[in-house]
Design a protein around this ligand. Structure first.
Ligand code: UDP
Ligand code: MG
Length: 325
């Protein structure tokens, strides 16, 4: 039987500091897996340059010239981590039996790839890489992440806790995935929706090999809000309940005010008035904001803009295959 073709998709945004080491380690793992007949010798590593403004593309370009198993894709500008992943997955789909996505910064243990492949060979279509311990992350990042998983769970979004975007997908899953044409992408929420037989592989998350995180606090917060609002309409439902509750309280206060009026105590109540003015005003603003989030999403979705634009594509696997023949 012919071994399956694997493509490792690596999104890169200003990763010049780590790329040489990443290439080295991924090649080692890939070649070993080939020798062990876990995967075909036609397997490749696909680097996706997400509009970097450092030397990232030059490094990918020269690595591709030196090594047959390395290919590259250059996006026309920075489209964001999730879009870069999709660009890689969609590019790899026609010529791959399975795809593994992994960050460029070597935080995800490359040795888990072997375990992913063994699971795949045993019939799993989705393999999630799950961080065992997060002791290399700061307390802050760990706790905010945990809170995020809790909130998502409460809102009814199925997600694998402590799993980021390190995973294996089979060709079958990718074929279904391309039918999800939404603009607001949150892969961690989307993949479990696809179904198929899935499993987890645990690994220890290391520190970034070099360079800085491309996810500062603001981006993290935006990512979390996007994740929630793309997958759950519970916040809007909560606004409805909130409105109902406030209206109920308002009705009671109205009764109270009428009684006070009848009894002739009209000047009292300044305090309650000021309090309700601000509370209700604040709640209304929050409510409008939440609804606005969803309208914003609808606005984006209706435009059907492309999720990424490819500027350049290096030697593809198809030509690699013919060259190898
Ligand atoms: N990344 C990307 N586009 C972006 C931001 C990040 O392709 O706009 C890539 C980045 O190069 C890395 C991965 O996404 O390979 C994860 O980013 P990072 O390691 O900075 O995130 P963190 O691990 O700090 O959450
Ligand atoms: Mg990282």
């Amino acid at each position: 039987m012919e071994e399956p073709i694997l493509t490792i998709v690596v999104p890169c945004y200003n990763e010049e500091a780590v790329l040489d080491e990443t290439t080295k380690r991924l090649r080692t793992v890939l070649l070993q897996a080939c020798r062990d007949q876990l995967i075909s010798f036609r397997s490749t590593i696909l680097f996706v340059d997400d509009g970097s403004n450092d030397r990232t593309w030059e490094i990918i370009d020269s690595a591709a010239q030196e090594n047959q198993e390395i290919t590259g894709l250059k996006l026309s500008r920075n489209f964001g981590h999730q879009n870069a992943l999709i660009a890689g997955m969609e590019t790899a789909r026609p010529y791959s039996d399975c795809v593994i996505t992994i960050d460029a910064d070597l935080q995800d243990d490359v040795n888990a790839i072997r375990k992913f492949l063994i699971k795949f060979r045993n019939g799993y279509d989705v393999v999630y890489g799950v961080r065992d311990k997060r002791d290399t992350d700061t307390m802050f990042k760990k706790n905010t992440a945990l809170l995020f998983y809790k909130i998502m769970e409460r809102l009814g979004v199925k997600m694998v806790p402590n799993h980021a975007d390190y995973r294996l997908l089979s060709r079958r899953v990718l074929d279904e995935f391309v039918n999800y044409q939404e603009e607001n992408i949150f892969l961690r929420g989307m993949i479990p929706l696809l179904g198929f037989k899935s499993t987890k592989v645990y690994y220890n998350r290391a520190e970034r090999f070099a360079g800085e995180s491309k996810y500062p606090l603001k981006k993290m917060l935006n990512f979390a809000i996007d994740g929630i609002t793309s997958f759950s309409i519970t916040p809007i439902r909560m606004v409805t309940y909130l409105g109902g509750t406030v209206a109920g309280i308002g009705f009671l206060i109205g009764l109270y005010a009428i009684i006070q009026h009848v009894l002739g105590h009209v000047v009292t109540g300044w305090t309650s008035m000021i309090i309700s003015l601000w509370t209700i005003g604040g709640m209304q603003l929050i409510a409008i904001g939440v609804i606005g989030e969803y309208i914003g999403k609808i606005f984006k979705e209706t435009k059907h803009r492309p999720r990424y634009i490819v500027e350049k594509r290096l030697l593809s696997n198809e030509s690699f295959v013919t060259k190898a023949l």
